[in-house]
Design a protein around this ligand. Structure first.
Ligand code: GAP
Length: 455
């Protein structure tokens, strides 16, 4: 499954459309269609269930996208959230210098190097422009990724503000409020899901790198000295979440950042990379952020952000472990991991999107065997079941075709209403992966489906 085919598949089945397509599109923006919206909501709900609901040490938050610019000064984003930009003088193509180097020779490691070091590699290796093939570049310079906008109706009074480039800072600036309001004791975590924005130099690879995206971030606050234990805990817990979602172990790997790659706030970071069509690439970043952020916010705000230790009564700035995951990157990984083209025993082929039932857009499809005879009963059953489960109703075409359509969008179960349903209140329940069919009593369906689609 290559990327071009995935983009076409996602469009054809209503997962993802090009943004503003009617007007020729807006580069690298994507709209989530009915199936994409359902699946994205499921991805977010499952993350929340695992990392907030089921972990009694963590709580949730929904902070605003627009924040006082002083936040970004303190966090280091205004001064340091840059990517190295280089222009080709011949064709005017714009590149991220580290990506230009790494896509020229994958054995070269360029992430986090200074502009001077990147210039030197590009010159020494005579790296060509990936658009026109010439080697005629401007020097590498730093480009700030923050999206700037203005707040206020009158020009003279408007204030420059930024769209947040990460959700994390909304958590850091609220930590004292949350700790007090909920009487939390270290160690505890605060998580949130929300949009972030980055003026990426080279967005691309479909929804992998975009300028508008959603993050699922958790900041876990622990006692200084305990951070290694929690770092290891979250590396394992994050990997386990992916495996529980059904992602194949072969398709993920953990990769530690070396010193040149570390962000300005981190003393250790491990990425969980997924095997995308172009190779292993970052899905989830797990960072040890020390007390960098809270210290910066203390200095810049003048507020004491230390917390009291419940055991020793001492006060300190807690250390932070941060697992940070992109919704769209997980969405894309799930699609690639699940997509299969199979040849069946009768020689027919089918697409089987073998998603975990908890993450599939629809949990179940409901069909009348013959619309004329069974349509009314099937519709009544669909209305009842739709109160507790996300389903799709389909009464067009041969039953085999209807099964294929659902297999291709990952619907794990299909219910067929037939003559027997009318006489004895049973239906056929078909399973997507095995295609096995069984007879089930209508009254048992809600509980059975709840169990079969649980996470
Ligand atoms: N708060 C830490 C932070 O934002 P990051 O490694 O820059 O760290 C975390 O981003 C995650 O957000 C990434 O692992 C990725 O899943 C997602 N992400 C980052 N930039 C993205 C982009 N331009 N498009 C889509 N997802 C992105």
């Amino acid at each position: 499954m290559d990327m071009e085919k995935m983009v076409a598949y996602a469009k054809q089945h209503g997962f993802v459309f090009q943004g503003s397509e009617l007007y020729g599109g807006l580069a690298n923006t994507w709209d989530y269609g009915p199936l994409g919206a359902l699946m994205k909501n499921r991805v977010k709900a499952l993350w929340w269930q695992r990392f907030i609901q089921e972990d009694l040490r963590t709580v949730g938050l929904d902070s605003s996208i627009l924040m006082n610019p002083a936040v970004w000064k303190a966090s280091g984003h205004i001064d340091g959230f840059n990517d190295p930009l280089i222009d080709c003088k011949a064709c005017r193509a714009r590149h991220r210098a580290d990506h230009l180097i790494e896509s020229f020779d994958a054995s070269l490691h360029a992430d986090g190097l200074t502009p001077e070091a990147l210039d030197a590699i590009i010159k020494e290796k005579k790296i060509p422009c990936s658009s026109c093939g010439k080697h005629d570049f401007t020097p590498v310079r730093q480009f700030n990724l923050m999206f700037k906008t203005a707040q206020g109706v009158l020009d003279a009074q408007s204030q420059a503000i930024y769209l947040r480039p990460e959700t994390a800072q909304g958590i850091f600036v609220n930590v004292k409020n949350i700790q007090r309001a909920l009487r939390l004791k270290v160690p505890f975590g605060i998580g949130q899901i929300g949009k972030s924005f980055r003026n990426e130099i080279t967005p691309g690879n479909f929804i992998f790198r975009t300028r508008e995206f959603e993050q699922m971030e958790l900041e876990f606050f622990c006692k200084p000295g305990d951070e290694k234990r929690w770092f290891s805990h979250y590396k394992n817990a994050s990997k386990q979440f992916l495996l529980d979602l059904g992602i194949k172990e072969d398709n993920i790997q953990l990769r530690d950042h070396d010193a040149t790659e570390l962000s300005h706030y981190s003393d250790a970071t491990t990425d969980i990379d997924f095997r995308y069509p172009w190779g292993f690439d970052e899905l989830w970043g797990i960072a040890s952020r020390t007390d960098f952020d809270l210290k910066q916010h203390e200095t810049h705000s003048g507020e004491d952000l230390r917390l009291r230790d419940p055991e020793t009564n001492e006060t300190y700035l807690p250390y932070v472990i941060e697992p940070s995951l992109g919704v769209e990157r997980l969405f894309l990984a799930l699609l690639f991991d699940a997509y299969k083209e199979e040849t069946l025993e009768d020689g027919e082929t089918r697409i089987n999107l073998a998603l975990h039932p908890a993450v599939a857009p629809y949990s179940v499809a409901v069909f009348p065997l013959i619309k004329k005879y069974h349509g009314e009963a099937a519709q009544a059953l669909a209305s009842t079941l739709s109160k507790s489960i996300e389903l799709v109703y389909d009464d067009t075409g041969k039953i085999g075709k209807r099964y294929r359509r659902q297999d291709a969008i990952g619907t794990p179960f299909a219910i067929t209403v037939d003559d027997e349903t009318l006489s004895n209140q049973t239906v056929t329940l078909r399973e997507r992966d095995t295609m096995a069919q069984s007879r089930v009593n209508v009254k048992d369906l809600p509980e059975l489906l709840r169990q079969k689609t649980a996470f």
